[in-house]
Design a protein around this ligand. Structure first.
Ligand code: TYD
Ligand code: MG
Length: 462
């Protein structure tokens, strides 16, 4: 029989290649391919025969469905994102950049659960017991009856948990797990998969909630992401900018709840604090109106969130002008610049352009286009937007402004926060009795005309 050959697995997308290469053909990432020992599933031996199975009974679709029981930890922002609490017997993946606060959030959650009399275990392969205790001291939860283990061997972890039978367990982190029967190094796709598999099985069998912490690479993927994401019941990402204190917990997948919920936290000196009313967090200090600043009435999941977009256009000294973006998509900036030039005659070809989203927030919605366009026009002209203005709407290549979803919620929130004028797409449904002026715009040319017609008062004209 031929000797089992090593396989070469991309640590970013999980694709298998026959030989090592500097760049993965499947996802295009560099230096992500790692040699791994071969796995021995049924199919690998060229068709080991499947044993004969038994025909099973089928069930009608119609029938009673009882909602699953829930374990709430009392940190409302976390309970919200999980869909109303952890479901016993489920496994969750908590992903995020190193240093963003995953260990902090999980330790706070465990301490809260322990305080309710739940049996909880924190397994760390990253930090020693002393380090965990120091963090607990900082968080002021040293008295909570959380049980600790510093372990990386999956077999030992499973044996310990089978004996202790906790209600909730945190594994910090997936990347440190090590299964003795898998030959690859810790952190590789096969180790990650084997470790996650064993722990997901433990969750199903014992009814414990298993929270798996996973580090994300710069591109927003957990090493070996595909192989772990499909195994777990929910995937929560903890996002934010380490230079800023705000963090957003977002569900990317949830078998027991909606994925459009977010939880907002603030990292303070004594841990993460919930932010119950986040709509104004990402506003920067835009009390005074400055040229180049525009407020986008955004939505994060089901929650309205006002975000300040800041643009700066300065005459360039380079042959190719610079474009730099923080918190937004640079391809989208290029598109808006082209549309402004072609459809509204706003020329930024001789300017370096910088665009920044306030508060370390990342904006993904296309509806932010109109606010970005307004910030750019205002920066070029040096005229601030009329005070108290918010904007939302997608900009098409034709220059047309398209309506954005959930307009009513965006408008109501902005009005509630004291904004007095909304610039929106023509088809936008305006709710009755709204305490603010709404001005529909057909295209970016109309936006430019409005902003350039002179002074802040101009917006009031019909
Ligand atoms: P941590 O939870 O260790 O991040 P992760 O597990 O995602 O890698 O948090 C790391 C950062 O959070 C660290 O740089 C310090 C900061 N921090 C605070 O600001 N306040 C606190 O109370 C704690 C515990 C951490
Ligand atoms: Mg950590």
């Amino acid at each position: 029989m031929a000797k089992a050959r090593s396989t070469y697995v991309c640590q970013s997308c999980g694709a298998v290649a026959p030989r090592w290469a500097g760049r993965c053909d499947a996802c295009g990432q560099w230096n992500t391919i790692v040699e791994e020992a071969p796995e021995q599933p049924l199919a690998a031996s060229g068709g080991a025969r499947l044993p004969k199975g038994r025909g099973r009974e089928l069930h009608p679709l119609a029938g009673e469905a009882t909602p699953p029981p829930r374990i709430t930890c009392g940190i409302a922002e976390l309970d919200r994102v999980t869909g109303g609490g952890f479901v016993p017997g489920s496994a969750l993946l908590i992903g995020g950049d190193p240093g963003i606060g995953k260990s902090t959030l999980m330790l706070q959650a465990l301490a809260a659960l322990a305080g309710q009399g739940r049996r909880v275990v924190y397994v760390s392969g990253e930090e020693g017991l002393d380090q965990i205790r120091l963090r607990a001291q900082r968080l002021g939860v040293l008295d909570a009856p959380v049980l600790l283990a510093a372990d990386t061997n999956v077999a030992d972890i499973v044996a310990t948990l089978e004996r202790e039978r906790p209600d909730v367990v945190v594994i910090d982190s997936l990347q440190t797990l090590w299964t003795p029967v898998v030959e690859s190094a810790p952190g590789t796709v096969s180790q990650l998969r084997a470790g996650a598999e064993a722990l997901v099985r433990l969750a199903k069998k014992s009814g414990a909630v298993v929270l798996l912490i996973g580090h994300v690479t710069k591109e927003g993927q957990i090493a070996g992401p595909r192989v772990v994401e499909h195994m777990v019941d929910a995937v929560l990402y903890f996002e934010g900018d380490r230079g800023h204190q705000y963090r957003i917990l977002r569900a990317a997948k949830n078998r027991f709840g909606a994925t459009d919920e977010i939880g907002v936290f603030e990292m303070r000196g004594r841990g993460l604090v919930e932010v119950e009313n986040p709509s104004l967090l990402f506003m920067g200090d835009s009390q005074a109106s400055v040229a180049g600043a525009a407020v986008f009435a955004g939505m994060e999941g089901r929650r309205p969130l006002l975000v300040e977009l800041q643009a700066l256009a300065v005459p360039t000294t380079f042959a190719t002008p610079r474009r730099a973006v923080v918190g937004w998509d640079s391809a989208r900036l290029a598109m808006i610049l082209a549309v402004l030039e072609a459809r509204a005659g706003v020329r930024l070809g001789q300017h370096d352009v910088y665009l920044n989203v306030g508060g370390g927030m990342r904006v993904r919605e296309p509806a932010a286009d109109l606010a970005a366009a307004a910030a750019l026009i205002s920066s070029l002209s040096g005229q601030p937007l009329p005070a108290g203005t918010v904007l939302f709407g997608e900009v098409a290549l034709s220059g047309r402004v398209r309506a954005a979803p959930q307009a009513e919620q965006r408008l109501r929130e902005a009005a509630k926060l004291g904004f007095s004028l909304a610039l929106v797409a023509e088809e936008t449904q305006v709710p009755k009795g709204l305490a603010m002026k709404v001005r529909p715009l057909a295209d970016v040319a109309a936006l430019a005309a409005l902003l350039l017609q002179g002074g802040g008062g101009g917006a009031a004209a019909p």
